[in-house]
Design a protein around this ligand. Structure first.
Ligand SMILES: NC(=O)C1=CN([C@@H]2O[C@H](COP(=O)(O)OP(=O)(O)OC[C@H]3O[C@@H](n4cnc5c(N)ncnc54)[C@H](O)[C@@H]3O)[C@@H](O)[C@H]2O)C=CC1
Ligand SMILES: N[C@@H](CC=O)C(=O)O
Ligand code: NA
Length: 434
């Protein structure tokens, strides 16, 4: 049988890695796919020194690839929502299958893209878009298909986890580690997407849709980054037996779905609390299987290429299958997606860590405790440090029981209004993940 011709759009970190893996493992790949896979054309603005493209035809116009009649599968590795969106929609209109690593595109425009793809009978595959090399889409969509999924919680941004780990273990500064993550090709084109949680929210949006069978709703995700965390919080968390990780959490409750990305204290003895550097890990809890954990490299050229190429192999196998009997894009059949509401942040329920910088006066602790108890917020433990972090100020660290976010917002407003308390205070959510 003739090889399947594919076209690569974008030859940066992931595009280069994808080309290299397709070449190096060509024999193994064709033994799995049943056919060879040939890169018939590449669209690139620059050559990639990490990859020897030999005599593969190269164009600087992505639409040469998208409109190339020989190409059956378009691999979109440009990123962003502009050119990438046009590339994907035109490829679908031309009856071509698409493989992409672009979580921003899928989280924001996925509903429209999947509808167009289904009408055309083509597949849009996006395993590399979440957690780089970890086959989490495959696990959730197929391996756990028997379950009602209760929650998903994961470290799903490699850059952010790399920064937190290096800051904690080596005392390096935020900016220094971010620059290294950019140099290593982990960071997004705009690194605020990594450090402000936008990239993790894109990925969480995708995971939640596949876990619960709901349309993609990125605009409803609550997003908080890691840029305000201090080494003092990391230290206090450790004193309580916790680690701070930047988590994406999607949880089904009686009222709807929580969809939230934020720094989180988790018990230091959980496996996921010990996931360091660029590694990602995702816990999935299903009613039949219980808790499961998926671990691996969340970013980087070849780990991400591992997922891209696996998708290409899946697509090659799907070329001869009935479009109505393929695994649905969002795991549930499009006509069976549910309208389960994504809850507003005020309805989230979680425990809290509070760090209050207070003037060293008698009676402050009693006032703080009163404000919390008036709002039925129970204190789990409290630590009043005698050392002053700033002149005349002593930190009070409080761990609470679970409470609705609305109540905590009210309490924080009242605490910050106290004359003795420096505003703003630090609040970090706490999860046990069991
Ligand atoms: N870097 C990583 O570890 C991971 C990246 N991703 C996603 O993969 C995609 C690609 O990311 P990277 O490879 O890191 O980015 P990159 O910036 O290294 O590569 C993108 C390439 O596309 C090229 N490009 C831009 N516009 C173009 C156009 N009109 N025509 C032809 N080429 C064009 C750029 O010149 C660049 O070489 C993004 O969607 C990203 O979010 C997903 C998982 C991991
Ligand atoms: N910038 C992303 C790349 C992979 O998705 C990350 O750091 O996780
Ligand atoms: Na993946």
């Amino acid at each position: 049988m003739k090889p399947v011709k594919v076209g690569i759009c974008g030859l940066g970190t992931v595009g280069g890695g994808t080309f290299n893996v397709l070449q190096r493992n060509a024999v193994e790949i064709s033994r799995r796919a049943g056919r060879g896979i040939e890169v018939a054309q590449i669209a690139a603005r620059h050559l990639n020194p990490a990859c020897d493209t030999g005599d593969t035809p190269i164009t600087d116009d992505v639409f040469d690839v998208v409109n190339n009649p020989e190409i059956e599968v378009v691999i979109e590795l440009i990123g962003g929502y502009t050119v990438a969106f046009d590339v994907v929609m035109q490829a679908i209109a031309n009856g071509k299958h698409v493989v992409t690593a672009n979580k921003a595109l899928i989280a924001v425009h996925g509903n429209e893209i999947f509808e167009a793809a289904s009408k055309q009978g083509v597949v849009v595959a996006f395993e590399a878009s979440v957690a780089g090399g970890i086959p989490i889409i495959k696990a959730l969509r197929e391996g756990l298909a028997a379950n009602q999924i209760d929650w998903v919680a994961g470290i799903i941004n490699g850059t952010g986890n790399f920064i937190l780990t290096e800051m904690r273990d080596k005392g390096r500064t935020f900016d220094d580690v971010l620059a290294e993550a950019q140099m290593l090709g982990y960071a997004e084109a705009d690194p605020t997407f990594d450090v402000e949680g936008i990239d993790a929210a894109h990925k969480l949006t995708i995971l939640a849709s596949i876990a619960f069978g709901i349309p993609l709703q990125f605009d409803k995700a609550y997003t908080e980054g890691i840029s305000k965390l201090t080494t003092a919080d990391v230290r206090y968390a450790e004193a309580f037996g916790y680690r701070i990780k930047h988590l994406g959490i999607a949880r089904r409750t009686a009222d709807g779905v929580e969809l939230r990305v934020h720094p989180t204290l988790i018990p230091a003895d959980r496996l996921i609390a010990n996931v360091n550097g660029v590694m990602n890990a995702i816990m999935v809890n299903g009613d039949a299987v219980g808790s499961t954990l998926y671990y691996g490299a969340g970013a980087g050229a070849e780990p991400t290429a591992s997922s891209v190429v696996a998708d290409v192999i899946d697509v090659v196998r799907a070329l001869t299958t009935d479009p109505n009997n393929r695994v649905p894009h969002l795991a549930f059949r499009a006509e069976s997606l549910s309208d389960l509401a994504v809850l507003p942040a005020s309805a989230i329920e979680t425990a809290y860590y509070l760090r209050i910088q207070a003037k060293d006066r008698p009676g402050v602790l009693a006032k703080v405790a009163t404000i919390l108890s008036e709002r039925e917020i129970n204190i789990e433990s409290i630590l009043q440090k005698e050392v002053e972090e700033q002149a005349g100020l002593v930190p009070i660290i409080i761990m609470t029981h679970r409470v609705r976010e609305q109540k905590m917002n009210d309490a924080i407003e009242a605490l910050e209004a106290l004359d003795e308390v420096v505003s703003p205070l630090m609040r970090i959510r706490v999860e046990q993940l069991n």
